[in-house]
Design a protein around this ligand. Structure first.
Ligand SMILES: [Ca+2]
Ligand SMILES: [Ca+2]
Length: 189
């Protein structure tokens, strides 16, 4: 805990020995750094796998969830390699991150990011999911929730050539799970 709201931490632990290798700490109180984390391939070529960490909370501390972000960190040094930011305040960007197959054919598995409270075409909290190249960060695809208050992108997991996405408030609160097959060929490249 550092001055007020907690910042969150992510701890890298050796799977072989259980030893703590590194502790990563959020930058600002209340941003919920480490709410979700996913392992990526070696993006910077140093021989050690890297990772993506969601921080969907409000860095400004202005009340309510603000402009979340996802940081891509070096697994070796903990340094921030890239930073992806929400398109708008309040969309809970980075509430979910998931590693997908290599969809753009660059040899590195790619990344999905959920923003389940995103407003889509005027529909509040419809939710959206970005599919990005883990290396170039190019937006390969976007899945947009069709209905207000569906919370699409609350949870995401890999499927062959695509992903499974939950929308836990869709269908009048019953919840729904969508499977998206994006391509059996490389996207965007
Ligand atoms: Ca690396
Ligand atoms: Ca890729």
């Amino acid at each position: 805990m550092v001055e007020g709201a907690p910042r969150g931490t992510v701890t890298l632990v050796s799977a072989a020995t259980g030893a703590v290798l590194r502790e990563l700490v959020g930058e600002r109180p209340g941003q919920h750094f480490g709410e979700v984390v996913t392992g990526l391939d070696d993006l910077d070529g140093d021989g050690i796998a890297d990772l993506a960490v969601g921080a969907p909370g409000n860095p400004a501390g202005a009340g309510g969830p603000g402009r979340g972000e996802v940081r891509i960190l070096s697994g070796r040094t903990g340094a921030t390699l890239h930073r992806l930011e929400a398109a708008a305040d309040g969309e809970l960007y980075g509430r979910m991150v998931a590693t997908l197959d290599d969809l753009d054919g660059d040899g590195l598995r790619d990344l999905a990011i959920g923003a389940p409270w995103a407003t889509v075409d005027g529909a509040p909290r419809a939710g959206r999911v970005e599919i990005r190249s883990s290396k170039s960060l190019a937006l390969l695809a976007e899945i947009r929730g069709p209905l207000a208050d569906a919370w699409l992108g609350w949870h995401i997991t890999r499927a062959a050539h695509g992903l499974l996405v939950s929308a836990p408030r869709a269908e009048h609160g019953l919840g729904a799970l969508e499977m998206h097959v994006l391509s059996d060929r490389p996207l965007g490249g």
